[in-house]
Design a protein around this ligand. Structure first.
Ligand code: ES4
Ligand code: ZN
Length: 411
């Protein structure tokens, strides 16, 4: 960022008023008298510019200080779609490798992203096109491995990763081929980068209940390698959580943790969140930020310690990340809400560090506030308490080393 783009507060109050009003040295000659105002103004200008520069440097330092703090923060990602992490270059590489007549240049991918209609369904239109390039076990391996390398660069030390089996099996890709690619990719990346990644298999909500049951059957042999069952895709209206009540009930019996998408500003969002709490018994709520519209729901989420995975993403055309006010309202009410990148290759917010930086700049949250939102992510992990505590301790040590009062984080 250039100095010029950093906001400052230079004003006339920065002028040394005594210099302006009294002149200097009390010079007596007419010439000196005539020159005095010019000298005084020069001095004033000098002080003014020096103060402006100092303010700019201080503001720049604090922006850079915050960026460094957020970049170095140990992180957890709980809302991240494997299929939303393919870069334009990777899409083209896989397309060429598979000899498909599809996106042939990265520019075409970028254009498709830029042209997508606003809203969830517009987003999914592009998302489906790009995920469909993946066909072989190698494609899934590469996507997973490359993603985890990116997570490591963002100091993400733990992630729950969504994947959409039905989006692939419906194209004729065997479940086992897809799954082995993902699982081997995460195993090798873990050995290399030390990032723990657990997998959440998602129901595509627009598909049938029978198809969701079939997916559970296909996953049976690798049940112990999948931590949770989620639900994504769309449209959400017409495909509410209760549609999959029996699928979720069986998944619960089989030991999966349960979650599901409640996209923001979808019709009946609040009703769907209540269903997911009271009928499905979800363990986390994905998005769900419309809960802030219903004070009773806010109180219930806080009472249950239920965590929401917020994703304040941003398209190139948006001035700032979405949903900041809702996240603030929920956080202020004591609801556990975290920040997540969702589909980092498909939003301008990108990977988690960049998203946190953009969110912080727009919200003006303090370092303690940003640490609390990250603490919420670690607090929401589906791990044993002592495993969770180990992660929280890593974050706590980082916070304390950065002079943050932990009581403000866990206020
Ligand atoms: C998605 Cl509903 C939704 N939102 C964001 N990313 C997605 N990928 C698949 N479904
Ligand atoms: Zn999502």
């Amino acid at each position: 960022m250039s100095l010029a783009s950093v906001g400052t507060n230079c004003s006339a109050s920065a002028l040394p008023s005594d210099v302006l009003t009294t002149g200097i040295y009390g010079m007596k000659s007419r010439l000196r008298k005539a020159a005095t105002p010019y000298i005084a103004v020069s001095f004033a200008l000098f002080f003014f510019l020096a103060e402006c520069l100092a303010q700019n440097v201080r503001a720049h330092d604090s922006v850079e200080g915050m960026r460094t703090f957020l970049a170095g923060m140990p992180k957890a990602e709980l809302h991240l779609h494997l299929e939303g992490t393919l870069s334009a270059e990777t899409i083209v590489e896989i397309t060429n490798r598979n000899g498909i007549d599809y996106f042939t240049t990265a520019a075409e991918v970028e254009q498709s992203l830029a042209d997508r209609p606003p809203g969830l369904m517009g987003f999914l239109e592009h998302h489906f096109k790009s995920q469909n390039v993946m066909q072989t076990r190698q494609d899934f391996y590469d996507a997973t491995y490359n993603l985890i390398e990116k997570l490591h660069e963002n100091n993400v030390i733990y992630a729950d990763l969504f994947f959409d089996p039905q989006a692939h099996t419906s194209r004729g890709i065997p479940f086992d081929e897809m799954f082995k690619g993902i699982d081997d990719g995460r195993r090798d990346a873990r050995a290399k980068f030390g990032v723990t990644v657990n997998l959440i298999m998602c129901i595509n909500r627009e598909r049938s209940v029978a198809s969701a049951f079939e997916m559970l059957d296909q996953a049976h042999a690798v049940r112990d390698k999948i931590i949770g069952l989620g639900m994504d895709s769309g449209p959400e209206y017409g495909n509410p959580p209760v549609k999959f009540r029996d699928v979720y009930a069986r998944a619960r019996e089989e030991g999966y943790f349960l979650t599901g998408h409640h996209d923001v500003d979808v019709r009946d969002s609040v009703k769907h969140i209540w269903q997911s709490l009271d009928i499905i018994g979800m363990d986390r709520i994905d998005h769900g930020l419309n809960a802030s519209d219903d004070p009773k729901l806010v109180a219930e989420l806080a009472r249950r310690g239920m965590c929401l995975t917020g994703s304040p993403v941003k398209r190139a055309s948006d001035p700032e990340p979405q949903d900041i006010d809702r996240i603030r309202a929920l956080d202020d009410a004591g609801v556990c809400v975290s920040l997540n990148s969702d589909d980092p290759a498909e939003f301008e917010t990108g990977y988690l560090t960049n998203m946190l930086v953009l969110f912080q700049q727009a919200s003006e949250y303090t370092k303690s506030d940003m640490t609390r939102l990250m603490f919420n992510a670690f607090d929401a992990l589906w791990l044993l308490q002592d495993e969770k505590d180990e992660y929280v301790d890593v974050l706590k040590e980082y916070a304390v080393n950065n002079d943050i009062d932990w009581n403000e984080v866990t206020r």
